[in-house]
Design a protein. Structure first.
Length: 171
């Protein structure tokens, strides 16, 4: 029988209230809190230990939050402005030379549309992929399963619900 963590990692319905998953989220929150309380290049170690890839050139401003940190891959020359949130129940893959404006949220987790099914407390997650040379404007929200191509500009406060083709300006 698969653990809830394994179900989550395999893109199946999972229970986020599972003790192992709650403990992993707590570890990620503590790492984010340590960094956010004293943001400095030397203190970035609290965040980089959560990431799958460790880019040489990366700036993450305070207020950064993630669910687990287990499934976040970031390319080189990454910049995340204040208050960015990456909910990584599924992989979040971010390319090179990506800028996230303040308050950008990237979500991979979703819930059943049927109220009775939601009472079961299960979630499902779909990956989000962001290509190279992308600028995501302040307050934008990127929903589960979205792929954003290379060279895209996402306007401030935009809700991204579907894939965005390379080179597009999406406002």
């Amino acid at each position: 029988m698969l653990s809830e963590r394994d179900k989550m990692l395999q893109g199946q319905w999972f229970n986020p209230l599972d003790l192992e998953l709650r403990n992993q989220r707590e570890q990620a929150r503590l790492a984010c809190a340590k960094y956010n309380a004293h943001p400095s290049k030397g203190n970035l170690k609290h965040i980089t230990r959560l990431l799958k890839d460790k880019p040489l050139q990366m700036v993450i401003e305070p207020g950064f939050q993630c669910d687990y940190g287990l499934q976040i891959s970031i390319g080189e020359n990454f910049f995340a402005n204040f208050q960015c949130v990456l909910l990584d129940s599924a992989p979040i893959t971010i390319g090179n030379n990506v800028l996230l404006g303040p308050g950008v949220h990237i979500y991979t987790v979703d819930h059943p549309r049927d109220a009775i099914k939601r009472r079961e407390g299960l979630c499902i997650a779909q990956p989000v992929t962001i290509g190279d040379d992308v600028w995501v404007g302040a307050g934008a929200k990127i929903l589960p399963g979205v792929t954003i191509g290379d060279g895209v500009i996402i306007g401030a406060n935009t809700l991204v619900t579907k894939d965005v083709a390379a080179g597009t300006r999406f406002y």
